[in-house]
Ligand binder design. Structure first.
Ligand code: BES
Ligand code: ZN
Length: 611
């Protein structure tokens, strides 16, 4: 064993019992953990439940006579030891706590290394959204999809639901024969006549990356290792939009080393999917709101693809360290964008990101603990702490390190960071020492006023945040200036502007606009009627803030048409903050709520104080 490997082994040993305790899991992986999971589940759309079993292969690290798992709303029918010796095992389920669910404690004989849990889910499982045919594009069949991040896997799989615990998995999924099942795994068998699909994930992954979709699903191949799945009505549009994905993969591999998951497929889900994308390994889940028709929103694909290194390969050990997943990923995403689409494309996203971050920091208040990179989420639901901070402040830190030490050195550092920690979980202190040892040591002369501690553990935005400029926005600034000085909207030179330029334009218009001014802008640029979700969202915010009523019915239609939280949350937020708009918020929410995913619904219920 090399001294370096020995050292990291010892560090891990020391951390497991102490520092790695995950505040969002009941499990005790330092004592006993899960190495492999076998799922056998029937998908019952009539009752909105999954029913079957989870078989866990255990690894023991210290003597114990019980195994503690996470579960949330699961109906546990029977637990047995399987393997050489068999027999039923006793268990108890604790009273549920609101977000964490219940601990499931199983009595464990000394020789038990494999156990089977027979169970079913409940219709309100927080990871699952059950859609009727009418909520799909084609209306030909029902649809189910999961969203396990951050702590929702436990609502459909009994497991140690912590990002620090990795396992391989096999799954058998049984569905109605007219439906197709896909998972974040390799498909190793599909019997469509009988509706039986078999999957295998050979790389060890944390529970939050286990994912399943079932529905009327078709596909198109983009390259030998890239495929896009979607409903038949959407699949052509999706294949067009994501045609550059193979190029992105090559760019990412050139930068950060081989892609370790063989295939990179994507599925475009029905519009109620609560996120833009989710990096489920081998099968990214995507919102259809990214299908703008002009490929200008594919930074989302670059982002989810980048998670194949930052997040899925090297994983945050608990959710307070989300920046380790998301900050690294945003930085990688922009490097991929730069390589495939040019520096301007990447810089525009950088600037928009920094502006969003400044907005979040202002809203939180500059000394709020949620403005730190390393967060203590003990007692908090990770979904409540979610913001731009881990994403954009995290990316800015890497950007800053690039500025200090140069691209070449940072890229080299990142490659060895991914290699050294592949298929492992890391904490902020661990990343801190990696940066210290791999980047800073011997180059202290370059540090200037930079403080790594301040960036990692301090609140607000450090004074040395890197700021970039780009011609793409200089052009827009010129037109904004003309507009402010009285040039009519129709006379502005906007030919060829891409989505990001329009966003910059909309975000930098005067805060207060009269209804006449809004009408003039709308006439000139047809914002209310745009099919581009990002542009519409910004226009909707402007319309609400300026009480521009001609846009209201489209805003309502937008909120009823999709459940992406990045759009839904702020739009309801704006309405709730304005006494005049509050009744409209409630009226729309009452109609929209049944269509939202449980995760989105929980967040909006809080915002609107929905009973
Ligand atoms: N992993 C996240 C989504 C997520 C984060 C789900 C935390 C649950 C808890 C995904 O990679 C993501 O960041 N999505 C963004 C994409 C964007 C930043 C390009 C989104 O959904 O908007
Ligand atoms: Zn992400």
């Amino acid at each position: 064993m090399s001294p370096r490997i020995l050292l990291s082994f010892l560090v891990v040993l020391a951390l497991i019992p102490a520092g790695l305790a995950d505040p969002h899991s009941f499990g005790n992986p330092g004592q006993i953990s899960i190495r492999h999971l076998e799922l056998d589940l029937s998908v019952d759309f009539d009752r909105s439940i999954l029913e079957g079993s989870a078989t866990l292969t255990l690894v023991r690290r210290a003597p114990t006579d019980s195994l503690v798992l996470d579960s949330k709303g699961l109906v546990i029918k029977r637990i047995s030891q399987v393997g050489e010796k068999t027999g039923r095992l006793g268990f108890s389920v604790s009273a549920p706590s609101s977000n964490l669910g219940s601990s499931l404690t199983i009595d464990l004989p000394q020789d038990a290394n494999k156990i089977r849990i027979e169970y079913q889910t409940t219709p309100d499982a927080s990871a699952l959204q059950w859609l009727g045919p009418e909520q799909t594009e084609g209306k030909k069949g029902p649809f189910l999809f999961t969203q396990s991040q951050a702590i929702h896997a436990r609502s459909w799989i009994p497991c140690i639901d912590s990002p620090a615990v990795r396992m391989t998995y096999d799954a058998t999924i049984r569905v109605d024969p007219k439906l197709v099942a896909v998972m974040s795994a390799e498909t190793v068998g599909a019997n469509r006549e009988q509706g039986v699909f078999r999957f295998r994930m050979r790389q060890p992954i944390p529970s939050y990356l286990i994912a399943l979709s079932v529905g009327v699903i078709d596909f198109r191949d983009i390259s030998p290792r890239v495929r896009v799945y979607a409903e038949p009505e959407v699949v052509e549009k999706a294949a067009y939009e994501f045609a550059d994905t193979e190029k992105m993969m090559k760019a990412a591999e050139e930068l950060y080393g081989p892609y370790r998951w063989e295939r990179y497929d994507m599925i475009v889900l029905p519009p109620s999917f609560p996120f833009g994308g989710m990096e489920n390994p081998r099968l990214t889940f995507l919102t259809p709101t990214v299908l703008s028709g002009d490929r200008t929103l594919v930074d989302l694909v670059a982002h989810e693809l980048a998670h194949s290194w930052s997040g899925n390969l090297v994983t945050n050990a608990s959710w307070g360290d989300l920046w380790i997943n998301e900050g690294f990923t945003v930085y990688l995403e922009r490097r991929i964008m730069e390589k495939v689409f040019g520096a301007d494309a990447a810089k525009m996203n950088c600037i928009l990101g920094l502006q969003a971050l400044e907005g979040s920091v202002k809203d939180f208040g500059g000394t709020h603990p949620f403005t730190k990179l390393a967060q203590n989420l003990y007692g908090h639901d990770p979904d409540d702490a979610f913001s731009d901070v881990p994403y954009e402040k995290g990316a800015l830190l890497l950007h800053r390190l690039e500025g200090l030490f140069g691209r070449e050195r940072l890229d080299q550092f990142l490659r060895s960071y991914f290699d050294d920690n592949a298929f492992r979980a890391v904490t902020t202190p661990l990343v801190e020492s990696a940066i210290q040892n791999g980047l800073i040591r011997g180059h202290e002369d370059k540090l200037g006023g930079f403080s790594l501690k301040q960036w990692l553990y301090g609140t607000g935005l450090p004074e040395d945040v890197p700021r970039v400029e780009t011609d793409g926005f200089t052009v827009v600034d010129r037109e904004l200036e003309k507009y402010r000085k009285g040039t009519p909207a129709v006379e502005l030179a906007v030919d060829g502007w891409i989505t990001q330029q329009w966003l910059h334009f909309l975000r930098n218009l005067p805060k207060r606009l009269s209804v006449d001014q809004m009408t003039e802008l709308d006439k000139a640029f047809s914002f209310t009627g745009t099919g581009n979700s990002e542009i519409f969202f910004d226009w909707a915010q402007l319309s609400l803030r300026n009480h521009y009523k001609p846009a209201f019915s489209s805003i309502k239609a937008f909120l009823l048409s999709m459940g992406r939280m990045k759009f839904v949350g702020p739009l309801f937020g704006t309405m709730v903050a304005d006494k005049k708009l509050y009744p409209m918020a409630r009226e729309i929410y009452e109609l929209a709520r049944p269509g939202y995913h449980p995760i989105g619904r929980a967040a909006m219920d809080k915002l609107l104080e929905w009973e």
